[in-house]
Write a protein that binds this ligand. Structure first.
Ligand code: SF4
Length: 386
């Protein structure tokens, strides 16, 4: 029996349309670690002042030039932090990137620095999109996670102001034990505001996030199934550090039996979604794909001091943009090649879904010190261990 959430869709092997061996699609640049917020899950353990050793403006220009050497279409640079607005030269760097023909997006912190004027200047600088974090549908949930009372209201205001001047807004939500039941309400809120892209970050225990409780594999499975359904409401849904959602999408498309056997946690999320949003319109198609990136496979990260890593949550030092060629490192690093060639150990190594999924390399590394080990957040890994 077909359901409201089912879509007809085939599956193409990853190699047929996605190969990131030569260049990433995204280069994340941690422009600074300075930030006025102190979010519970901050990867960078951001602090209020810049750290010594931050790349200078000139070095930033050089980095932008180096990214161009990957060739056209250039990877998109994501200016991240800390809070990029804490850099005095941010708009010079954005202007330089714009003149260089590189597309770029920015993920500033929502603080008093993100004024209407700053939003207008970012729009003028031609950012492709503005990422704003929202971890709860109420001040109680969001402000507790972000560590600053008043951040929730400021965030809603910022999203509305940015959308009003025509800036594309992506809402980012970090998922953890304390907020995952709130996901349907967050979706309802952002859809009401007019946001069309929602990116969900599954917790990896690095930085300040080490003290937070992440979800069990069963809860992750429930959340992935909920997100599959959420992706049928004209909302682009993307996930970070949860590539196993691509397996879930494939399984949902292929077998009704799979989703009929889901845990109670899923039923609660599903019911609340339908209560708030009704069923998706007939014929709607999921915006989630069965292919995508992994750390080091389509993604590369440059730290505040130029250190190059496979991703922002996997602190493996591959080299430094001050002395190394980022193109050569991306293409030829053994670690990155092993990730791209899916030379994994354990359950991920023998998994029938490893080509489309591959597990979170950051989570595998944070728990075992081996970037090629299995991702313990996936329910298949748990089944294998029992
Ligand atoms: S076992 Fe590993 S590769 Fe397979 S679906 Fe789970 S995380 Fe992905």
């Amino acid at each position: 029996m077909a359901t409201h959430f089912d879509v007809l869709g085939g599956f193409l092997p990853r190699d047929l349309f996605m190969n990131f061996s030569n260049k990433p699609v995204l280069v994340f640049w941690e422009t600074t670690r300075a930030c006025r917020l102190s979010c519970l899950h901050c990867r960078a353990s951001a602090i209020t002042e810049s750290l010594p050793g931050e790349l200078s403006t000139e070095e930033g220009y050089k980095l932008i030039n180096a990214v161009r050497l990957f060739g056209k279409p250039y990877p998109t640079i994501i200016f991240t932090g800390g809070d990029p607005l804490m850099r005095k030269d941010l708009f010079e760097l954005l202007r330089y990137a714009s003149k260089s023909g590189v597309s770029f997006a920015i993920s500033p912190a929502v603080t008093a620095l993100l004024t209407k004027d700053a939003l207008a200047r970012l729009r003028e600088a031609r950012i492709a999109s503005l990422s704003v974090s929202l971890d709860g549908s109420s001040p109680e949930v969001h402000d507790a996670i972000r560590g600053q009372p008043g951040t929730f209201e400021r965030t809603i205001e910022t999203i509305s102001n940015a959308l009003r001047i025509g800036t594309k807004v992506q809402v980012n939500t970090a998922i953890m034990k304390r907020n995952f039941r709130d996901l349907p309400d967050i979706l309802h809120l952002i859809r009401g505001l007019g946001v069309d892209t929602w990116e969900l970050f599954f917790l990896v225990k690095v930085g300040r996030g080490k003290c937070l409780e992440d979800l069990s594999p069963e809860e992750n499975e429930s959340v992935c199934n909920f997100l599959y359904e959420a992706s049928h409401y004209d909302l682009t849904v993307r996930c970070v550090e949860a590539p196993f959602i691509r397996r879930v999408v494939k399984q949902r498309k292929e077998s009704e039996r799979y989703w009929n056997n889901l845990a109670a946690g899923y039923q609660t999320l599903h019911s609340r979604l339908v209560e708030l949003e009704g069923y998706p319109r007939p014929g709607s198609v999921s915006t989630l794909a069965t292919t995508g990136t992994l750390d080091g496979d389509g993604i590369i990260f440059v730290g505040y001091d130029g250190t190059i890593s496979p991703g922002g949550l996997i602190p493996i030092n591959l080299g430094n943009v001050r002395k190394d060629d980022i193109v050569d490192l991306y293409q030829n690093s053994k670690t990155l090649k092993d990730i791209r060639e899916r030379k994994f150990n354990g359950r991920c190594g023998i998994c029938e879904f490893k080509e489309i999924c591959g597990g979170s390399r950051a989570r595998a590394f944070s728990l075992s010190g081996d970037p090629l080990s299995s991702d313990p957040a996936c329910i298949l890994t748990e089944t294998a261990a029992s």
